[in-house]
Design a protein around this ligand. Structure first.
Ligand code: GCB
Length: 629
């Protein structure tokens, strides 16, 4: 994979002209909620630009910046000038939010929408300022006061630009061109089973920091190798008892005074306060021992952490836990677990969806997971908003976090690889301090074709390199050995930490009774994780248990699936597809689907279907079985 990455880097250098116009974002500022912020959420002005008039001329060439919408000119300020747009009188649009469910004329729109926010930001000497976007789908170019800040690609991860030298006294104009068109070489590519919600879908902030500030940090339980023999094990146990667990981490300072600066990491509850000095790159590493209570679904303990320099104090709440795969079993904090999960899309819980973003949305979605006796969510098929991860962490719900390498991808395109790796990196960077994330997933249902293994192996290696403390996996696919025997025979299985795959016996594969006939065998001994199974039914549509798209059929399918899965050796978790009905343009059946994938256990308006209670019962049994041990 190295080769491809190097090649990608040289391509980017060669493409210097476009890069110079549209720089990459500034390195990500993490733990955004704890910063000094001005929210730019609320009403923005919007221009729907189907033909790219705001950026290209009538020969298809990029306009000089002075002629683009980035300049935020005003026709009504001087009507002697020809200016054919004016954000001041343009329709309003809400941020955060997708445009599709805000304006029915944009329901199926794929193209460019220009966003403009006018704001004031008092400047304090000696401070730096950044504009931070939680996410914009899919590609966005931002400009402040007519100067391009940069371009970001990928619809589900945060990015930020420094604006210190561009801020004005009085009104500032922030213009963002957001384009959600799909392309073959993108991540995801042109075909996927969810709605292509466009827009600035997550919160936007102006962040104020000291001149030299804490940009990023990592704090976690140190991964310790298993003791080599009984004597070493005894010694390790004695040390653990006496001094507690080893905790390690680092702090990345950013700014002119970063090198040599003193940083203090304190966890008052543990009576820990550790001073460290940053190296010449502003990186301060630390390690200490402390007697911690581990984070787990039953006891989601989080410790208040403060990181301080002479210029700032940054606070977080952090949990500590271990996660390991041993043979075909999964262990959290040394205890065997079963992931009682469900897959979830990032859609609002009630009132027919649209992109979710708020803490209340997260709590409602995760509330159903708890009600189902769940302890796990697979956040499909892309990084969800930070509220979702943090709410899950507080509620004791473990997380599978994924990047949208979905179905087919342009496997040989180095820019596609660089894009996928960048989305993975941005995701891990944002969430590496969240104890509840136990699995990074690099792909979903990708076909076994040439070059795909090289591409995905590169991502698996990258995830392990960025984070050696978590498991890395992908949702793979099943395969038949004979009529009644199934396996997962994906070469990627040797590379990832779990034998995880999507199953669908009884829905896409035969009718429900087939679940009684089939058995599963695996060559490789890894924890088996059923990342999807299930079938569809609109809430309130009733009929015979063999009649498709009825609640009875869905219920029966869940009952039979559970019977089948319970016979499966090494089963360590399931995330049925899916918690809630979600919008997809691939679902055409009028009167039944109506633009919704109906495999939800809950409808798009929050009604629980019969199958919900089948899962609830099974998970109650598994909970009893595992938690009473
Ligand atoms: C799958 C995909 C998921 C789809 C689901 C379905 O295998 O991973 O994104 O929505 O099937 O409902 O067909």
């Amino acid at each position: 994979m190295k080769k491809i990455t190097l090649f990608a880097a040289s391509l980017l250098l060669l493409a210097g002209i476009t890069r110079a116009q549209e720089p990459a974002p500034y390195p990500q500022i993490t733990n955004i909620g704890a910063r000094s912020l001005q929210s730019l959420d609320g009403t923005w002005a919007s221009l729907v630009d189907l033909y790219e008039v705001g950026a290209y001329d009538y020969r298809g060439k990029p306009k000089p910046i002075g002629n683009t919408f980035f300049m935020d000119r005003h026709f009504f300020a001087d009507e002697t000038k020809l200016v054919e747009y004016d954000f001041d009188v343009a329709p309003e649009i809400k941020v955060p939010g997708d445009w599709n469910t805000q304006r029915m004329d944009l329901y199926r729109y794929e193209g460019t929408v220009w966003y403009r926010k006018a704001f004031e930001q008092p400047r304090t000497p000696g401070k730096r300022y950044f504009v931070y976007f939680g996410a914009a789908n899919y590609a966005s170019v931002a400009a402040l006061n007519g100067k391009i800040l940069g371009k970001h690609v990928g619809g589900f991860t945060p990015f930020n630009y420094e604006i210190t030298d561009l801020l004005r006294e009085g009104a500032n104009s922030l213009v963002v061109k957001v384009d959600n068109r799909r392309h073959l070489q993108d991540v995801p590519t042109v075909d996927y089973d969810w709605w292509n919600y466009g827009g600035i879908t997550r919160s936007v902030y102006v962040v104020e920091t000291p001149e030299t500030f804490i940009r990023d940090y990592c704090i976690r339980l140190k991964k310790v190798a298993a003791p080599a023999n009984a004597k070493a094990a005894k010694k390790a146990a004695a040390e653990l008892k006496k001094y507690g667990s080893a905790i390690e981490g680092w702090i990345q300072l950013d700014g002119p005074a970063a090198a040599g600066k003193t940083v203090t990491v304190a966890i008052p509850d543990l009576k820990v306060s550790k001073q460290v000095t940053a190296d010449e790159n502003g990186l301060a590493k630390f390690e200490f021992r402390a007697k911690v209570s581990f984070w787990s679904p039953e006891f989601p303990k989080l410790y208040g952490v403060s990181i301080t320099t002479d210029q700032e104090e940054l606070k977080d709440r952090v949990g500590f836990r271990t996660i390991e795969a041993r043979g075909n079993e999964l262990y959290l904090n040394g205890k065997k677990i079963f992931c009682r999960g469900v897959s979830v899309h990032e859609e609002k819980p009630f009132n027919a969806g649209g992109r979710a973003n708020s803490k209340a949305d997260a709590q409602a979605l995760l509330g159903w997971v708890k009600e189902m006796n769940g302890n796990f969510v697979r956040l499909a098929h892309y990084p969800h908003n930070e509220n979702m991860i943090r709410a899950a962490e507080e509620m004791g719900i473990m997380v599978w976090s994924e990047v949208p390498v979905y179905w087919f991808i342009d496997w040989t395109n180095p820019e596609t690889y660089a894009n996928a790796e960048n989305q993975l990196t941005e995701n891990i960077t944002r969430d590496r301090n969240r104890a509840n994330i136990i699995i990074w997933s690099v792909a979903n249902e990708t076909p076994i074709v040439p070059h795909r293994l090289e591409f995905l192996s590169g991502l698996v290696d990258k995830a392990h390199e960025l984070d050696p403390t978590r498991l890395v996996s992908a949702a793979m696919e099943k395969e038949y050995i004979n009529d009644n025997t199934l396996t997962c025979n994906d070469p990627l299985a040797a590379k990832v930490d779990l034998m995880s795959f999507n199953e669908y016996v009884g829905w896409y594969d035969g009718n429900v009774d087939k679940c009684d006939r089939v058995n599963w065998v695996f060559d490789i001994k890894k924890p088996v994780f059923i990342s999807e199974f299930g079938g569809g039914a609109p809430a309130g549509r009733h009929g015979d248990k063999y009649q498709r798209f009825t609640e009875e059929n869905q219920e029966y399918l869940y009952q039979k699936s559970i019977g089948m899965l319970s016979r499966l050796e090494g089963l360590a978790g399931t995330t049925p597809w899916i918690l809630k009905d979600f919008r997809s343009p691939k679902r055409f059946l009028t009167g039944v689907q109506d633009d919704y994938n109906r495999k939800g256990l809950v409808s798009e308006n929050g009604e629980q279907k019969k199958a919900f209670f089948v899962m609830q019962n099974w998970y109650a049994q598994l909970k009893e079985q595992y938690e009473s041990k």
